[in-house]
Design a protein around this ligand. Structure first.
Ligand SMILES: NC(=O)c1ccc[n+]([C@@H]2O[C@H](COP(=O)([O-])OP(=O)(O)OC[C@H]3O[C@@H](n4cnc5c(N)ncnc54)[C@H](OP(=O)(O)O)[C@@H]3O)[C@@H](O)[C@H]2O)c1
Length: 287
């Protein structure tokens, strides 16, 4: 398949890029800088120079494709309008293709809010973190679109590769010898290693029925305090207001206490995530 990736140099996208090129797909990927273009080319893909904020500048350079995988986000204050405009331009361009492409939109675990001890599935109503509430109508638009065969993946908290959500812990441990945990050490995160998640993207690309959604959770829930303590002896509890001041409103999601089930992907697509021991992965990451 010829596949166009948005966000191919991110925590999720880097792993998806490696997985799809490894499976023999022809990959084109958007690159907003020389450094990103270099990473894409290094992975045997073709870089299309451009920015998601101005899709009208690069969309003409996009040849017809079999699929699009959207994993790009800058976590800034204009995420909603940027993504909305990107979808406007991209879906218009894709409507001119002879063959309807598949379009995987990346949602996220924080769209399910604080689930407490209830295990969320694809059927659970959304209760999004306010900073990401805009994503719900956007993913619904892709699923309902006549221009593409829409699909959605909701990744759990992604780690591995360059660190993903563990990168901040590693940074704190290195620079401050104490790791900041938002809210409480007993907050539970659903987790997935980036390589397992990339395998899920490949399975969804090849096998998922159109208009379906999948939770990419390899581990339903894991106490964040145990991850933090795998990085450093000392842990500091910080409030959601403090982390939001430091990183942005979106970072309030670190306090979401969640359980998410990846059972549908396992059952329907044969997804078999290999990484089930995040504490051991931390030791390998630190090494
Ligand atoms: N990571 C998680 O744990 C997680 C969990 C659930 C859902 N998600 C969702 O998954 C998506 C990707 O997350 P991530 O963690 O992989 O993010 P990330 O590591 O920050 O990567 C973001 C990607 O988007 C690209 N990008 C950002 N702004 C761009 C712009 N203006 N123009 C072109 N490209 C741009 C980046 O390119 P550069 O490399 O050039 O900066 C990078 O490839 C987000 O929507 C996020 O909410 C993530």
């Amino acid at each position: 398949m010829r596949v166009f990736l948005l966000g191919a140099t991110g925590s999720i996208g880097s792993a998806v890029l490696r997985e799809l090129t490894g499976r023999g797909h022809e990959i084109l990927a958007l690159a907003r800088s020389d450094a990103s273009a270099k990473k894409i080319v290094h992975n045997r893909a073709v870089a299309i120079r451009g920015n998601i904020e101005a899709p009208e500048h690069w969309v003409a350079a996009l040849p017809d494709v079999d699929a699009i995988v959207h994993m790009a986000c800058d976590f800034g204050g204009s995420m909603e309008s940027t993504d909305n405009h990107l979808l406007d331009v991209l879906l218009r361009r894709l409507s001119s293709q002879v063959t309807k492409p598949r379009f995987i939109y990346t949602g996220g675990c924080w769209l399910f809010g604080d689930t407490g001890d209830t295990v969320a599935t694809e059927e659970t109503p959304f209760s999004p973190l306010p900073a990401f509430a805009w994503m719900v109508p956007h993913l619904q638009r892709v699923l309902a679109s006549a221009e593409v065969d829409g699909l959605v993946i909701h990744p759990a908290m992604v780690y591995g590769g360059d660190g993903g959500v563990f990168r901040r812990f590693a940074h704190d441990a290195r620079e401050r010898q104490v790791v900041r945990v938002v809210g409480s050490e007993s907050v539970q995160w659903p987790l997935v290693h980036c390589d397992d998640l990339a395998d899920l993207y490949a399975l969804v690309l090849d096998h998922a029925p159109r208009r379906s959604s999948y939770l990419g959770a390899a581990i339903d829930a894991f106490p964040v305090g145990r991850i933090a303590r795998a990085f450093a002896h000392d842990v500091e509890i910080v409030s959601t207001d403090e982390i939001a001041r430091d990183l942005g409103e979106w970072a309030r999601g670190y306090a979401c206490n969640q359980r998410l089930s990846g059972a549908r992907a396992r059952r329907d697509l044969g997804w078999a995530p290999k990484h089930q021991d995040p504490e051991r992965d931390v030791l390998e990451f630190r090494a």
